[in-house]
Write a protein that binds this ligand. Structure first.
Ligand SMILES: [Zn+2]
Length: 355
C-alpha cells in the first residue's frame, strides 16, 4: 500500500524473468525480428488503481482498434515511426461472456475476452501457457476469480506477466528474446557487463520525481552487495519491463470500458519505463562507453529499443484523452519529453541511419 495524493494500492505482480537466456543474433529473427543480447530477470507489474472515493484496488484494462495520426514523438521514417500492428479499435460487447462466466472456466474466459479485445495479448498468453515453465500463468496472476468483472481487472497483469514468462521461455543463456508481435521477435545478445539499472538513481533526473513508486520495484538494491535485487539487472531486463508495460497499457486501453469508476496507472507504468530507458542510455553514453557502444552498434538492441518506443507512443496516443488510464501520467510524460533525454532516442535513430 502506498499513499500519495490519494490512497492507492500497488499491486505488484510477481516479477519473473529468470537469468536463463542466451544466444546472439542481430537483426530480425524468429518469427521476424532482430537478434542480439542481454541477461537477468525479475519482472513485475506495479499497477495502481484509485477509486473516486480514494480507495483502491488492482488495475484493469481497456481496448479498441483505431487509426490514430502518427505520434509526433516518433520518426515516421525510422524504426519507431514505421512500427505498426493490428489494433482492435472497437470495444466488442463482453456481456455474453460475462453472463456465462464461471470461476471454473476462467482460463477460457480470459482467452475469449482477449480474443475479442486484444488478440495480440491472447497470442502472448496462449504462447506462455504452452511454452513457459513454472505453471499456468493465468492461474498464477488472475487473483480473484469470483466474478467476471474482477477477472477483467486482472487482465493487464495477466498479459504482462504471461508475456514475461514467454520471453523467458524463448530466451537462452546468451540471448534475450522479446516477442513484440506474433510475427516479430527480437533476439539480442546479452551484455553480461551492462551496469545495473538501479545506477540511474544517481543521475540528476532522479530527484525530479521523489515520489516515484516504480523506483522501489525496479531500481532497488545495491548493485555491489551480494544480494540479488531487481535493480541489479541491466538493460536487457529494463527493456523487457518496458515491452510488458506497453502490453499492460494496450490491455487496459482495449478494455477501457471495463474498469468502471477506477482510475488506473496504465499510462504511468510505460511512461516511467520510457523515462528509465532514456536515462539508462544517457548514463551508459556518459559513464559506461563500452556498454553504450555495444547497445548502439547492435542492430538488434537499437531496433528493439526503437520498436518499443514507437509501440509505446502508438498506445499512449490512443489513450491520451482517457483520464481514467493515468494518475501521474502528465507529470511523468513531461519528464520523458525532456529535450536532452529525447536526444538519447534521436541518437539511436542516427545510429540506425535514419535521416
Ligand atoms: Zn514486469
Amino acid at each position: 500500500m502506498r499513499n500519495t495524493s490519494s490512497m492507492w494500492l500497488v499491486a505488484v505482480g510477481l516479477g519473473w524473468c529468470a537469468a536463463a537466456c542466451s544466444p546472439d543474433t542481430t537483426g530480425a529473427t524468429g518469427v521476424t525480428g532482430a537478434t542480439d543480447a542481454a541477461p537477468s530477470d525479475a519482472a513485475d507489474t506495479a499497477q495502481v488503481t484509485t477509486a473516486p472515493d480514494g480507495t483502491t484496488t488492482a488495475g484493469t484494462e481497456t481496448s479498441a482498434e483505431t487509426t490514430v495520426p502518427p505520434s509526433t514523438l516518433v520518426d515516421p521514417h525510422c524504426i519507431d515511426g514505421l512500427y505498426d500492428e493490428a489494433v482492435q479499435a472497437d470495444t466488442p460487447d463482453l456481456a455474453a461472456l460475462e453472463a456465462s462466466y464461471t470461476a471454473a472456466g476462467v482460463r477460457t474466459f480470459v482467452d475469449q475476452v482477449l480474443g475479442l479485445r486484444y488478440p495480440l495479448g491472447q497470442h502472448l498468453v496462449q504462447q506462455a501457457v504452452a511454452k513457459a515453465a513454472g505453471g499456468n500463468c493465468i492461474d498464477m496472476f488472475v487473483g480473484d476469480t469470483s466474478r467476471a468483472d474482477r477477472v477483467l481487472m486482472s487482465l493487464s497483469t495477466i498479459v504482462h506477466e504471461c508475456a514475461h514468462m514467454l520471453d523467458n521461455a524463448l530466451s537462452s543463456f546468451n540471448k534475450r528474446t522479446y516477442r513484440i508481435r506474433a510475427d516479430l521477435d527480437f533476439q539480442c545478445t546479452r551484455q553480461a557487463d551492462a551496469p545495473a539499472r538501479s545506477l540511474i538513481n544517481e543521475d540528476a533526473y532522479s530527484a525530479l520525481k521523489p515520489d516515484d513508486s516504480y523506483k522501489d520495484v525496479y531500481l532497488d538494491g545495491d548493485p555491489n552487495d551480494n544480494t540479488f535485487d531487481s535493480g541489479d539487472q541491466g538493460y536487457d531486463m529494463l527493456l523487457e519491463e518496458a515491452v510488458q508495460y506497453v502490453n499492460s497499457l494496450a490491455t487496459d486501453w482495449t478494455l477501457r470500458d471495463s474498469h468502471g469508476p477506477w482510475t488506473i496507472t496504465a499510462k504511468d507504468g510505460i511512461l516511467t519505463l520510457l523515462w528509465y530507458l532514456e536515462r539508462y542510455l544517457r548514463m551508459t553514453r556518459l559513464e559506461y562507453p563500452e556498454t553504450y557502444a555495444a547497445l548502439t552498434s547492435s542492430t538488434c538492441w537499437r531496433q528493439a529499443t526503437l520498436t518499443v518506443w514507437g509501440r509505446a507512443w502508438m498506445y499512449l496516443d490512443r489513450a491520451e484523452d482517457d483520464r481514467t488510464l493515468g494518475i501521474d501520467d502528465q507529470e511523468i510524460r513531461a519528464l520523458v519529453l525532456d529535450p536532452d533525454l529525447l536526444g538519447e532516442i534521436q541518437r539511436l535513430r542516427d545510429a540506425e541511419g535514419c535521416d
